[in-house]
Structures are given as structure tokens and as C-alpha cells.
Design a protein around this ligand. Structure first.
Ligand code: ASP
Length: 420
């Protein structure tokens, strides 16, 4: 019985992988006529994305309320909240520092001609103080309608804490959210079955329209950023997984695989959240902890974004021949860490927050337009790095709280269709 189930599970992961590879191959084949891929293949991917997006607000809201309730008392919940934020910030600090150091070592951008004639469309970067003040929603219904994740999380935390404080009388409300969260998990489960096909339909038009032409002029920049992701993966994540989570890195990656592939193709931590939650379950992270830490991570923890912003800031300075002092570089790291909290888990969000990082040390915002052309190629692995970071931190917090079930993780390896 178990072996058959095991086979079916493996089969699902392999299917996701096949979807990705076939999508890449088809994308290369359609490069001569990307319109075909965009018109006939992309809509299927968008259908999946819409279905997943439909779940995000209700899923995040109900799962955070239940996460807060599940943690039992307000003190425990406050402690886990602080711990989670601290762990997220520390890994993001490493990420930004790796980015800045690597870009200096690679001396990236020196001797490169400035791209000319590109349309410079620089969007206003949100101010960090405003972002912090606006975490408390003036109107929670508007926050939900706008999909403002930080505000939704804050409201859900208040409701969860309120339920715990009120106790018995609030039991029916808690039961309602419990049932509601389960319904969201079930629908997610059904949508997940379409992942291999969606991955194909999403990656194919991306490759078809972002071919080598965009990549070549900024190749060295893209390569350094990719290398930065790799260094962070190996030195921060693999070490953290081994030393802090006490798990084999390959086992961890295997359990996180679907979230890695889905984030790679959707370029959105938020859209990947339902899959990330499923991977959290496979890693043995308890339901209350994963319901609380993972939606928070998808919203505030962007290590890939911090690496990217660190590298890009130094790259832009070099391109424009601006010398950055050590204190300016420290400022870049600090701003990138804070910007990570304000970066939405949607495609291309880091490039908007890049404005905050560049302006913190007076670098020209035109730099954004120069790197924008290759952002898609960076956003894909960047989002996967963001997701791996969320899962690692969540697993670590769970372990310190005695809420990580290693045996469940062992048993679940390779599962693709279980309960969240
Ligand atoms: N696309 C990223 C995410 O959703 C955000 C970013 O770095 O642009 O995690």
C-alpha cells in the first residue's frame, strides 16, 4: 500500500520536473514566434495563477488566525512571532551582505557601457516609515480587497489574539475559521494537481519572449546575481538546515521541491504560498507554526531580493562611476534588509523596492531601468531563494519550539498530494 502511494508521490514530483523541462524546450522552440506561446499557452498558466490567487487572501487570513489560536496563549504567540521575525531578519542581513561583498569582489559594472535609449520608467518606491505605520490597516476590508498582505496579517493576528483572550465565548468564531481554513486547504489540494501542466504553460511563454537577446548585454550582471543566490543557498541555507534544523540539505530541498519549481515559474511568493504550506507539512513543521510563519515569510522575508538589491546597488554605482564608501555600503545592507519587509511577494517587486535602496545612498534611479530588462531572469531564481528562506526559518523556529516532527518529514518525502 505504502509503496504504491510512495510511487504515486514520486511520480507527482517527477511530473512537475517534466513540466518545467518541456516548458523550457517548448519556449526555446517558440522563440521565433513568441506570440503563439503568449496567445495559446500562457492563458492556461494564467488560469492556474488566478485559481491560486483566489485563495491567497482567505487562506492567509484564516490560516494566520488559526496559527495564532493554535499557539494557545498570547505569550507563546508573541514569542514565536518575535523569534520568527528575528530569524527572518538575520538571514536577510546575510543575504544583503553577501550581495554587496560579492559585487565588490566581482567589480561588477566597471567598464560596461551604459545602455542607451531604454525607456526609463522609474516607479516611486514606498517610504519605509510609511510602510511600517501602514502595517495596521485603517480599513481591514479594504486591505483584503487590495490584497495588502502586511495589513491582512496584522488584522489576522489581532483577531487570533482576540479569540485566545476572549476564550470560551469566542469558540464558535474559532470553529468557523478552523473549518474555513480546512476548506481553503482542500481547494488548494485540488488546484495543486494541475501544477505540472501550469508550470509548462508558465515557463514556455517566459522563455519564448525573454530569449538570449535581452540577456546578453547584461550577462555578467545576471551571472553574478545567480552566483550570489548560489552562495547564499550553500553557505547560509545548507549550513542553517544542517546545523539549526538538523536535517540533510538534500532531504530538505526534496521536500521543498514543488514550492521551488512553482515559485520559479510564478515569480511570486504569495502565489506560491499554498504550495509552500504543503511543503512545510512535508518538512514536519506543525500546523500552527507553519500557518503562522510561512504566510509571514511570504510577505516579509525576501533574501533573494536582498542579495539582488545589494549587488545591483554596487553595480549601478560602478556603472555611473560613483565611489561608494564603506558606510554607504553598510547603509545599502541596512536598507535592503528593511526593504525586504516592505517588498510584496509578487513578480518584480524587488525592482520597485530597489528605488529605496538606491536613493538611500543617492544613487541614480535610472539604474532601475538598466537592470529592468533582465529582471524576469533574475526574479525566477530570486523568488525560489525567498521561498527556501521562508521554509528554512520556519523549520528552525518549529524545531526550537519542539514543533518539528522529523519522523513525519522522513515519511513524507516526495509527497505531492497530501493534506496541508
Ligand atoms: N518575486 C519575488 C517574490 O514574490 C519578490 C521579488 O523579489 O521581486 O518573492
Amino acid at each position: 500500500m505504502e509503496t504504491r502511494k510512495e510511487k504515486r508521490r514520486l511520480h507527482f514530483s517527477v511530473k512537475v520536473m517534466i513540466g518545467l523541462l518541456l516548458g523550457i524546450i517548448a519556449g526555446i522552440a517558440f522563440q521565433w514566434k513568441p506570440d503563439i506561446a503568449n496567445t495559446y499557452i500562457k492563458p492556461f498558466g494564467n488560469l492556474y495563477l488566478n485559481a491560486i490567487k483566489m485563495l491567497i487572501v482567505p487562506l492567509v487570513f484564516s490560516s494566520i488566525v488559526m496559527g495564532a489560536c493554535g499557539l494557545g496563549d498570547v505569550k507563546k504567540f508573541g514569542r514565536i512571532g518575535l523569534k520568527t521575525m528575528a530569524v527572518y531578519m538575520v538571514t536577510t542581513f546575510f543575504a544583503a551582505a553577501i550581495g554587496v561583498i560579492l559585487a565588490n569582489l566581482a567589480n561588477i559594472g566597471h567598464g560596461l557601457e551604459l545602455a542607451t535609449g531604454q525607456a526609463v520608467e522609474v516607479s516611486e518606491a514606498p517610504n519605509i516609515i510609511d510602510t511600517i505605520i501602514n502595517i495596521i490597516p485603517g480599513n481591514p476590508i479594504k486591505a483584503m480587497a487590495d490584497g495588502n498582505m502586511l495589513q491582512i496579517i496584522a488584522f489576522a493576528l489581532f483577531i487570533g489574539a482576540g479569540i485566545v483572550m476572549v476564550g470560551k465565548k469566542a469558540q464558535p468564531v474559532m470553529d468557523f475559521f478552523d473549518g474555513f481554513a480546512d476548506i481553503m486547504y482542500k481547494i488548494t489540494d485540488v488546484i495543486m494537481k494541475f501544477t505540472p501542466y501550469a508550470v509548462f504553460a508558465l515557463i514556455c511563454p517566459t522563455i519564448a519572449s525573454n530569449g538570449m537577446d535581452v540577456l546578453l548585454p547584461l550577462l555578467s550582471f545576471v551571472l553574478v546575481v545567480w552566483f550570489g543566490f548560489l552562495i547564499h543557498l550553500i553557505f547560509v541555507y545548507f549550513t542553517g538546515i544542517k546545523v539549526l534544523v538538523k536535517m540533510g540539505p538534500m532531504k530538505f530541498i526534496k521536500a521543498a521541491w514543488e514550492a521551488i519549481v512553482v515559485s520559479f515559474t510564478t515569480c511570486s511568493s504569495s502565489a506560491t504560498l499554498p504550495v509552500t504550506m504543503e511543503c512545510g507539512r512535508k518538512l514536519g513543521i506543525s500546523l500552527p507554526v507553519r500557518s503562522f510563519t510561512l504566510p509571514l515569510g511570504a510577505t516579509v522575508n525576501m533574501d533573494g531580493g536582498a542579495i539582488y538589491q545589494g549587488i545591483t546597488a554596487v553595480f549601478v554605482a560602478n556603472l555611473f562611476g560613483i565611489h561608494l564608501t564603506i558606510s554607504q555600503q553598510i547603509m545599502i545592507v541596512a536598507t535592503a534588509v528593511l526593504a525586504s519587509v516592505g517588498t510584496a511577494g509578487v513578480a518584480g517587486a524587488s525592482i520597485i523596492m530597489l528605488g529605496t535602496v538606491l536613493s538611500s545612498v543617492g544613487l541614480p534611479l535610472e539604474g532601475i531601468a538598466i537592470v529592468a530588462g533582465v529582471d524576469k531572469l533574475i526574479d525566477m531564481p530570486r523568488t525560489s531563494i525567498n521561498i527556501i528562506g521562508d521554509l528554512m526559518c520556519s523549520a528552525f523556529v518549529a524545531r526550537t519550539e519542539g514543533e518539528l516532527d522529523m519522523e513525519a518529514a522522513e515519511a513524507e518525502q516526495g509527497d505531492g498530494d497530501g493534506q496541508l
